[in-house]
Design a binder for this molecule. Sequence first.
Ligand SMILES: CC(=O)[C@@H](O)[C@H](O)COP(=O)(O)O
Ligand SMILES: NCC(=O)COP(=O)(O)O
Length: 248
Amino acid sequence: MSELFLGVNIDHIATLRNARGTQYPDPVHAADIAERAGADGITVHLREDRRHITDRDVYLLAQTLNTRMNLEMAVTDEMLSIAEKVKPAFCCLVPEKRQELTTEGGLDVVANEQSIKEACKRLADAGIQVSLFIDAKVEQIDAAVRCKTPYIEIHTGQYAEAKSEYEQREELEKLKHGIAYAHHAGLKVNAGHGLHYHNVKPIAAIPQLVELNIGHAIIARAAFDGLAKAVTDMRTLMLEARHATVNG
Ligand SMILES: CC(=O)[C@@H](O)[C@H](O)COP(=O)(O)O
Ligand SMILES: NCC(=O)COP(=O)(O)O
């Protein structure tokens, strides 16, 4: 069986940093920890409104990553120019709506075929492997093939947000069908969005998948797994300072 890679999305380390305007927690540090823990790649979504990852993060990560960067971005001239400068290993083109809480669906490649095809060519000419973030729909997969992208990333959001086990099984079947179809069409297929510790296994079992990109759930888990040590460390520091005053 072929390997399944994990791309760790570190956007929400930046969300936490930006919430206070501090310099910590730094996504560059997070990427280093994720890589040491076995991440096969680091994913960052440079949103047009820069709500989490910033240009500074992208440029620094490009210099410091030991694995490979997967830069998610909207199909705009500004983003394409940044990608041409940064030259990440992968660029995943995603749809963006200004007010959305998170990416709500896949890219509409059918409706925007010409501009997406041009973007794919521009990125390929810069030596970047392109991926299109799309829903598991045959017409979108066919359009992705026409755009000559080597990769697609299948949007797993509807599966992740399913309201019942029945709905989730239905969404899983749609994903399996789309992924097999895309693989047969010659595309390399990744998947991601909304995957977490309780829903990842059926997706990871889909044999044609090359990589899963997972972010929010990993960062959320990290907060809880690290909380006890963070409290202990703070308490130790405080008590050391107090003892130094009392004894010194
Ligand atoms: C394209 C995608 O699914 C993720 O990159 C996701 O968009 C993470 O960023 P947000 O949480 O800001 O949506
Ligand atoms: N492309 C999906 C991604 O990078 C991670 O999405 P999420 O796990 O933060 O929902």
